[in-house]
Design a protein around this ligand. Structure first.
Ligand SMILES: Cc1cc2nc3c(=O)[nH]c(=O)nc-3n(C[C@H](O)[C@H](O)[C@H](O)COP(=O)(O)O)c2cc1C
Length: 176
C-alpha cells in the first residue's frame, strides 16, 4: 500500500503545496510507493452533511485515502488554525481515514500559530483512531523562495517527516 500526500491549499501560489511536493519527492527518492493529490484539481464542495458526499471528487479522494497505508496531509494556516479546505476534507471523507498513520505539515505567514496543524489531530485520533506522528512540520513564509524551500532546516524536517511516516506506518500496517 502506498503513502498518500495530500495538498489541501486552494491557492494557486500555495507554499504548503511546495512543501508537500518536497515530501512526495523525498518518499519517491527512497523508493517508497507514494501517491499525490492536489485538492485544487478536485473542486470539492463544502460539506453539507448530505449531497456533497456524492460528489465524484469526494469518491476519488476517499478511495485514495482508504487505499493508503499512511497520509501526509499539508495544510495552510488560516486564522490560527488549519484552513477550511483541510477540515472540509476530513468532514467529506470521514471513515476513509480509519486507522491510518498521519503526518501533518503546515505553511503559515508567521510563527505565532505554530501548533495550528495539530488541531487536525483531534478529529483524526478521536473520530478515526488515526496514529498521528508526534512530530510535524510548520514552515513560515521565511522558509520559501520562489517556488522552493530555501531554509535547509525546514527541508531536513520535511525529509525526517517523510522517513518517519514511512517507518511508523510500515511498522503498524494499514489499520482495520
Ligand atoms: C485568510 C487567511 C488567514 C491567514 N491566517 C494566518 C494566521 O493566522 N497565521 C499565520 O501565520 N498566517 C496566516 N495566513 C498566511 C498563510 O498561512 C500563508 O499565506 C500560507 O502560505 C498559506 O498556505 P498556502 O500558501 O499553502 O496556501 C493567513 C492567510 C490567509 C489568506
Amino acid at each position: 500500500m502506498s503513502i498518500l500526500v495530500i495538498s489541501t491549499s486552494l491557492n494557486p501560489q500555495s507554499r504548503s503545496r511546495v512543501a508537500a511536493r518536497l515530501a512526495f519527492d523525498e518518499l519517491a527518492s527512497r523508493g517508497v510507493d507514494s501517491r499525490w493529490i492536489d485538492l485544487r484539481e478536485l473542486d470539492l464542495p463544502m460539506c453539507d452533511g448530505g449531497e456533497a458526499f456524492a460528489h465524484p471528487g469526494v469518491g476519488t479522494v476517499a478511495e485514495a485515502i482508504a487505499a493508503s497505508r499512511a497520509v501526509l496531509l499539508a495544510t495552510p494556516v488560516y486564522n490560527f488554525a488549519p484552513a477550511a479546505s483541510a477540515k472540509n476534507l476530513l468532514e467529506l471523507t470521514g471513515k476513509a481515514w480509519e486507522g491510518k498513520t498521519v503526518a501533518l505539515l503546515g505553511a503559515a505567514g508567521g510563527s505565532n500559530a505554530y501548533t495550528a496543524p495539530m488541531l487536525l489531530a483531534w478529529s483524526l485520533m478521536l473520530d478515526f483512531r488515526c496514529v498521528v506522528l508526534p512530530r510535524f512540520v510548520y514552515a513560515t513564509g521565511a522558509a520559501f523562495g520562489d517556488d522552493e524551500i530555501i531554509d535547509e532546516d525546514v527541508r531536513r524536517r520535511i525529509a525526517d517527516l517523510s522517513v518517519e511516516v514511512d517507518r511508523v506506518s510500515a511498522a503498524l500496517g494499514a489499520g482495520p
